[in-house]
Design a protein around this ligand. Structure first.
Ligand code: PMP
Length: 428
């Protein structure tokens, strides 16, 4: 069991405390699928640093590439490099909708690039985004986790919400926040306001309200509506990109957005992000209309890491193996929860999955708020942690599987799950 650090939490709270974790687990190191805390406890890690560790911790190829780069060539260049061009070309080769690329360091920056570009290209201001999605912490698209659920307008149309304490005034005027997975709501708003909407910004699979799959036809409808009204469709593939396949969720689901955003897995654990898409839109960057700055954008460490990560991801059979281990976990968890008679189900696609403790199906954030039992989830999470299995403590967050996870990890996880589920069932 994980011990608390006596006095440690308070002293750390004074120095630096992000406040997001409900459990003071102080990480010491990681290796492969395992994470070790400062008390020496080991966990099978399905949090993966919130997703970047797509190969698990300390992946040999990526680590070596970064070490080689630092030792032989330096750290940051402010001028273009051949490695940068090679990385951009690899992304273009992997993702058919991407014709040109800009590199940066975080998903937040990449989303900022994309929305700025969409506004410049369309000469419009408004962005449609969706309740329960997260696109980084920039003021322009941040969502305060207090959506408009109880504040729907007379026609059940959600009212764009103020962005919460600390946000500049006026941001909400350019944001339209809609429930996801509802093509009719989207069509109605676009019919009414299409001429002022620059972009629709969405994850192709919802990953920041658990894992929620698009309803059949939803993304297709979104593509058609945006195309018809000259609205730029931006896929935020920060989580799904290079994880659901080399061409991300868009490749897997067969939808072609105008712009895409990648981060997390693309760096194999190092901070790298990319934004890219249609050449005619990207041309505004090349011709200097839209500025995309960043001292550390395309720095050598990031580029070396991402080049190595993408080479590794191109290994034949890698995604098939990742999917196989992930499916084993997803189906295994579903069976364990079913056998225990718990009101739960598991949703997933490839190495992304979510255990929902709910009696109704969940298709968007509103459903999650109405139907998901956060208290059972909290006890499930705590129970699994005490048995050495770590995943995101938020009731609405994904489990990630890495290429380092093995069948033995899955078996150990399911064993832990059987005990925790039985305990939970006894007390319900
Ligand atoms: N978009 C999505 C879908 C994300 O999940 C995240 C991070 N969780 C971001 C954007 C922001 O990325 P970053 O934390 O690298 O700024």
């Amino acid at each position: 069991a994980c011990k608390l650090i006596p006095g440690g939490v308070n002293s750390t709270a004074r120095a630096t405390w992000s406040g997001w974790s409900p459990y003071p687990l102080f990480v010491e190191s990681g290796q492969g699928s395992r994470l070790r805390d400062v008390d020496g406890n080991e966990y099978i890690d399905y949090l993966l640093g919130l997703g970047p560790m797509i190969f698990g911790h300390r992946p040999a190829r990526v680590t070596q590439a970064v070490v080689d780069f630092i030792q032989s060539r330096g750290t940051v260049f402010a001028l273009p490099t051949a490695d940068e061009a090679r990385l951009a070309q690899k992304i273009i080769d992997a993702v058919p909708s991407v014709e040109q690329v800009r590199l940066c360091n975080t998903g937040t920056e990449a989303v900022l690039y994309a929305t700025r570009l969409a506004r410049a290209f369309t000469k419009r201001n408004k962005i449609i985004r969706f309740e329960g999605m997260y696109h980084g912490f920039s003021d322009g698209v941040y969502w305060s986790k207090h959506p408009s659920i109880d504040k729907a307008g007379p026609d059940d149309r959600p009212i764009p919400v103020p962005q919460g304490p600390g946000m500049p005034k006026g941001v909400e005027e350019n944001l339209i926040i809609l429930p996801w997975n509802d093509a009719q709501v989207l069509a109605d708003v676009i019919a009414r306001e299409g001429d002022s909407i620059a972009a629709v910004l969405t994850e192709p699979v919802m990953c920041n309200t658990g894992c929620i799959l698009p309803k059949p036809g939803y993304l297709e409808a979104m593509r058609e509506l945006t195309q018809k009204h000259g609205i730029v469709l931006i896929f935020d593939e920060v989580i799904t990109g290079f994880r659901l396949g080399l061409a991300g969720a868009q490749g897997r689901l067969g939808i072609r957005p105008d712009l895409s955003v990648f981060a997390k897995g693309i760096g194999g654990g190092f901070p790298v992000a990319a934004m890219g898409g249609r050449a005619d839109i990207m041309a505004l960057v090349a011709n200097g209309t839209v500025s995309m700055a960043g001292t550390y954008s395309a720095n050598g460490i990031a580029i070396s890491a991402a080049n190595a990560a993408l080479d590794e991801l191109a290994t034949p059979g890698l995604y098939a193996k990742l999917d196989a281990v992930s499916d084993e976990l997803r189906l295994g968890l579903a069976k364990v929860l079913r056998d225990a008679g718990l009101p739960a189900y598991v949703v997933g696609i490839g190495p992304l999955m979510q255990v929902w403790f709910a009696k109704e199906e969940i298709h968007n954030y509103r459903d999650a708020e109405r139907h998901a039992d956060q208290e059972i989830f909290r006890r499930w999470w705590q129970g699994m942690l005490s048995k050495g299995v770590l995943f995101h403590p938020g009731a609405y967050e994904n489990l990630f599987v890495s290429t380092a996870h093995t069948h033995a990890d899955v078996a150990a996880t399911l064993d832990a799950a059987r005990h925790v589920a039985a305990d939970l069932a006894r007390t319900l």
